[in-house]
Design a protein around this ligand. Structure first.
Ligand SMILES: NC(=O)c1ccc[n+]([C@@H]2O[C@H](COP(=O)([O-])OP(=O)(O)OC[C@H]3O[C@@H](n4cnc5c(N)ncnc54)[C@H](O)[C@@H]3O)[C@@H](O)[C@H]2O)c1
Ligand SMILES: [Zn+2]
Length: 365
């Protein structure tokens, strides 16, 4: 088992990463002085697979687990669902030391975290992320949120968990497309911070795609370390944390341009990383060969290089509505080489137009 420590003063916590460790949740919880009553929140896909193991482990460790299962999917990340969960907490008599456990992907982590951050002004929160995206991204960093009809993640908080338990065996039941979604974020970590992770991904695609435990444990651990390192230096997202948005600027525009239906998040990020790599090249930072190996790796992990059903002008217009835009300027996270970033807000319009045109699957219309 590997352990990644996230050092945030009194909000520090550990991420435990291993295979076949789901049943240790109860004993891990006993290291804290929690109340016996606890609520496990999961979704309709994950609960039938893993909830029994978690509940049994909690009972064996002397806890009294209550459970709440919400419909799988982004629609559940809503205030209405949170309100139902508050009702469950109140009716179960959960007190200020009663932990709330998220068992599921990023939707459950964000939703359960939001409930934990606000119920009684905050109760202990524990994450058991079961999707690769949640294991390498959403469960690290303490951002919790629900969506609003007018926008995603608009209602939320920074709220750190007491610990995170990652059992990589849960990935064996994850649909292949969801696995690739998470891999896009792993590729991103290699690109922004660790050339050796990037090289590892290039030479171990077979092991990774067949979920070979050592390979998966390595890349989940490295990803958590990189995100933890960034978060430690910039917990509340003032500047450095911006590098985690590599590929996300164009990705958000692609997701919006295709109505959040055609591409899932990781696929849009893959295309967005291609756009950012090409802008980096046009700014003179990357050479053709670097762009080629980046594209090769993205394809190797069953992710797209171009996006259908988008137009260059619509993408361009959408970029200016991105909430990550600060002071009217569009910040691009670029690469100076694989493993190193530079943020620029003064990119010439024609370079951006050129990059956007190059990622259209249907060509410029
Ligand atoms: N808080 C953050 O910092 C942060 C960062 C990135 C993304 N997010 C959020 O995360 C969400 C996306 O996360 P996601 O991709 O995990 O989505 P998700 O939670 O919807 O999970 C994807 C799908 O996989 C299923 N699933 C999860 N684990 C499974 C398993 N082990 N076996 C079988 N099926 C499984 C889920 O039921 C769902 O159908 C978005 O809401 C996004 O905004 C948050
Ligand atoms: Zn992302």
């Amino acid at each position: 088992m590997n352990e990644v420590r996230v050092s945030l003063g009194e909000r520090s916590y550990s991420i435990h990463i291993g295979n076949g460790i789901l049943h240790t949740i109860g004993e891990n919880m006993n290291a804290f002085s929690f109340s016996r009553k606890t609520l496990v929140i999961s979704d309709t896909n994950v609960a039938p697979l893993y909830l029994d193991t978690v509940v049994n482990s909690l009972q064996e460790a002397g806890f009294v687990p209550y459970t709440a299962i919400v419909e799988a999917g982004e629609k559940s990340k809503a205030f209405a669902t949170a309100e139902q969960l508050f009702t469950t907490c109140i009716e179960a008599g959960l007190d200020r030391k009663s932990p709330i456990i998220a068992l599921g992907g990023g939707v459950i982590g964000d939703l359960a975290g939001f409930v934990a951050a606000t119920y009684l002004r905050g109760v202990p929160f524990i994450q058991i992320p079961t999707s690769l995206l949640a294991q390498v991204d959403s469960s690290v960093g303490g951002k919790v949120a629900v969506n609003h009809p007018l926008g995603k993640n608009l209602i939320g908080a920074f709220y750190q968990p007491k610990f995170v338990l990652i059992d990589t065996d849960t990935l064996t039941t994850l649909p292949p497309r969801e696995l690739s979604t998470g891999l896009a974020e792993v590729i991103k970590y290699g690109l922004i911070a660790d050339n050796s992770l990037f090289t590892y991904l290039s030479s171990h695609s077979e092991e990774v795609l067949s979920l070979e435990p050592d390979a998966i444990r390595h890349l989940v651990t490295r990803s958590c370390e990189i995100k933890a390192d960034v978060v430690e230096r910039d917990e509340k997202e003032s500047s450095l944390r911006m590098i985690l948005n590599f590929g996300h600027t164009a990705a958000h525009a692609i997701e919006a341009n295709t109505g959040y239906r055609l591409y899932n998040h990781g696929e849009a990020v893959a295309v967005g990383m291609v756009a950012a790599a090409r802008i980096s090249k046009d700014c003179g930072y990357l050479d053709n060969e670097a762009v080629r190996v980046i594209e090769e790796q993205i394809e190797q992990y069953r992710l797209p290089l171009t996006a259908s059903d988008c137009t260059e002008q619509e993408l361009y217009d959408l970029l200016y509505h991105d909430k990550k835009m600060i002071g009217g300027k569009l910040n691009w996270v670029l690469l100076t080489k694989i493993g190193e970033t530079k943020i620029r807000s003064d990119i010439k319009e024609e370079i951006i137009h050129h990059a956007l045109a190059s990622i259209l699957a249907d060509g410029v219309k």
